[in-house]
Design a protein around this ligand. Structure first.
Ligand code: ATP
Length: 234
C-alpha cells in the first residue's frame, strides 16, 4: 500500500534520513522505532508532504506522490497525526472533526457516517462533542487528533509518537483503539519512541538509527537481536 524507496531528507546540513526503504502492506500495522533524533519524524513528514525529500520516492497503492503538498497527499489517501497533537483549540470537538473532513474526499453523508465511526471508537469524544478542544486533557486532544485524521477516510494512517507526554492509563486507551483500528483492517505506520509499546502492537518493525534503517523484521525477530535492543534500551 505504502512504499518508501531510497528516501533521503535533510534539514540544512543535517542528513536526517538516508536511503530509507520501507513498506507497509495493506491491513498491516508497521512500527518505525529508534532513539531521539534518529530521523523518524523527518521520514514521516516526508511521506505526508510536510517536508520535501531531497531524493527517493514515496508511492501509495502504486501512485507516485513524492514531494506532493500535504493537502494533495491527504486526498491521495494518506493522513498524518503529527507529533504534538495539532487540534484547533478555539473549535469544539465536532467542529474540529468536520473541519478536517473538508480537506478530504467525503460527501456529506459519508461525513456523518465518519463522525459516528469516530465517536464509536472514542466514546470520550462523543461525550465531549460540544466541548472546546482548548479545555480538553492531553489524552483527549490526542484522541481528537487521531479522530481528525480518520475523518479523511485514509487508506494509510501515519501516527507520530501518539504516546508522547500522556499518562500510562491514557496511553493504554489510545493503543487499544489503535489495535481496534488495526483489527478492522486499517493500514498504519506508527512512529514510536516507546519501543516496547510499538513492538507489542505491530506486525513488522523498522529500527532507525542516525538517519538509516539498521534493522527490520517481526517484533519477535527484532527483540531477539541483542545489538538492536541494547541500542534502543541501553
Ligand atoms: P524524536 O523522536 O526526538 O522526534 P526523530 O527520530 O523523529 O526524533 P527527527 O525529528 O526526524 O528525529 O530528527 C532527525 C535529525 O534532524 C535530528 O538530528 C534533528 O536534530 C534534525 N532536525 C529535525 N528537525 C530539524 C529542523 N527543523 N531543523 C534542523 N534540524 C532538524
Amino acid at each position: 500500500m505504502l512504499r518508501v524507496s531510497r528516501l533521503c531528507a535533510a534539514h540544512g546540513a543535517v542528513q536526517a534520513a538516508r536511503d530509507v526503504d520501507l513498506e507497509v502492506a495493506a491491513g498491516t500495522l508497521v512500527a518505525l522505532i529508534g532513539s531521539n533524533g534518529a530521523g523518524k519524524t523527518t521520514t514521516l513528514n516526508s511521506i505526508a508532504g510536510l517536508h520535501k525529500p531531497a531524493s527517493g520516492t514515496v508511492t501509495v497503492a502504486g501512485r507516485d506522490i513524492t514531494g506532493w503538498a500535504c493537502h494533495r497527499v491527504v486526498r491521495s489517501g494518506v493522513a498524518l497525526v503529527a507529533e504534538g497533537r495539532r487540534v484547533a483549540p478555539p473549535l469544539t470537538v465536532v467542529e474540529n472533526l468536520e473541519l478536517s473532513a473538508y480537506s478530504g474526499r467525503s460527501s456529506k453523508a459519508e461525513l456523518r457516517e465518519q463522525l459516528e465511526r469516530v465517536f464509536d471508537l472514542f466514546p470520550r469524544l462523543a461525550e465531549r462533542r460540544d466541548q472546546y478542544a482548548a479545555s480538553m486533557s492531553g489524552g483527549e486532544q490526542q484522541m481528537l487528533a487521531v479522530g481528525r485524521a480518520l475523518m479523511t477516510k485514509p487508506d494509510v494512517l501515519l501516527l507520530d509518537e501518539p504516546s508522547m507526554g500522556l499518562a500510562p492509563s491514557i496511553v493504554d486507551v489510545l493503543f487499544q483503539t489503535i489495535t481496534t483500528l488495526h483489527e478492522a483492517g486499517a493500514t498504519i505506520l506508527l512512529v514510536e519512541q516507546n519501543a516496547e509499546l510499538a513492538l507489542a502492537v505491530s506486525d513488522h518493525v523498522y529500527v532507525m538509527q542516525r538517519g538509516q534503517i539498521v534493522s527490520e523484521g517481526t517484533p519477535d525477530l527484532v527483540r531477539g537481536r541483542s545489538e538492536v535492543m541494547s541500542a534502543l534500551f541501553g
